[in-house]
Design a protein around this ligand. Structure first.
Ligand SMILES: C[S@@+](CC[C@H](N)C(=O)[O-])C[C@H]1O[C@@H](n2cnc3c(N)ncnc32)[C@H](O)[C@@H]1O
Length: 291
């Protein structure tokens, strides 16, 4: 299964035909990541995981003046802005500047101050021990080098502080969705560790222990509610960036309908409703680390 192949990070530079240095594999992957999350409507879609944000904010014990870093903040509505509304001093970072534009507009509308910075989870532009809380809800898990991202979260967390990260469980709905996409889409480039590895508890332990931290990993679930299976399929197809990109790849190959049918089957498999709606329970890990 290609998703579970773990290969060392690559930073090889290749020259194009004109002899100019092309983007490194890392830069190219970052550009792809950006295009993926800028596609669709993350702002609308992110409301599905709002309950995760609420739980994480509760567990973070944020008080006025607490410094908070939200890594892979997206449009900021799940962690960064609610944290600022509790009086925290918040920085939100993401590799997708398009989402930071939306985030900025939201923080202005909410009347709170948040510093929005374009940055990569595996290369955070902050000195050691900068933040009381380092949080990432399904953000840092998309960095290509998991150990490096984990080490960065640990490095910027102050002594006495706390790291809170969420990742999708491998055999839950979102985990199965990763596997489904992986079976239709081209494999990730050499040097990129696949996000589903974060759905395996032993991997989480390994990457954080390598960074000198002891993670507490708890399995939680979030319910996604749709008016029907078709509504779920439409929402993912129109709003979820990775699906929008998958469609661009699979439609010209004549495989989009097959993918959509397989996704609808997956929704039915996880649907717990009995009233014709679609209520999907998706399992995730809440990782907590005290420093
Ligand atoms: C599933 S969304 C989660 C957004 C947000 N945390 C939330 O809960 O709404 C994933 C986010 O991670 C960002 N991301 C992906 N790879 C990243 C990386 N290497 N460094 C920082 N952000 C990254 C994406 O741009 C996207 O905004």
């Amino acid at each position: 299964m290609v998703f579970f192949a773990s290969v060392p990070p690559a930073t090889v530079r290749v020259a194009n035909r004109a002899g100019e240095a092309a983007m490194s594999i890392e830069e190219e992957f970052r550009a792809r990541t950006r295009a993926t999350w800028a596609a669709g409507d993350w702002e609308g879609f992110s409301k599905l995981i709002a309950p995760v944000g609420q739980l994480v904010i509760e567990r973070a014990d944020i008080e006025p003046g607490t410094s908070v870093l939200d890594v892979g903040t997206g449009s900021g509505g799940n962690i960064a802005i609610p944290a600022a509304q509790r009086g925290a001093e918040v920085v939100g970072v993401d590799v997708t500047p398009e989402l930071l534009v939306t985030a900025r507009a939201h923080s202005l509308a909410a009347g709170v101050e948040v510093e929005w910075i374009e940055a990569d989870a595996q290369d955070l532009p902050f000195p050691d021990a900068s933040f009381d809380r380092v949080i990432s809800t399904f953000g840092a898990m998309f960095a290509p080098d998991h150990a490096r991202a984990a080490a960065e979260l640990v490095r910027v967390c102050a002594p006495g502080g706390r790291i809170l990260m969420t990742t999708w469980v491998n055999d839950g709905f979102a985990g199965e969705l990763f596997k489904l996409s992986g079976s239709f889409m081209p494999p990730p480039p050499l040097g990129v560790e696949p996000p589903p590895l974060w759905g395996v508890e032993a991997h989480i332990e390994d990457v954080f222990r390598a960074a000198g931290a002891s993670p507490l990993v708890v399995r939680e679930t979030v319910d996604f509610e749709f008016s029907s299976v078709e509504h779920a399929v439409r929402t993912y197809s129109d709003d979820f960036g990775p699906f929008v990109i998958a469609r661009r790849v699979l439609e010209p190959q004549g495989r989009w309908d097959e993918f959509v049918a397989a996704f609808a089957d997956l929704v039915r498999r996880f649907d717990t409703s009995t009233d014709g709606r679609a209520r999907i329970q998706s399992a995730y890990f809440l990782i907590s680390i005290g420093r």
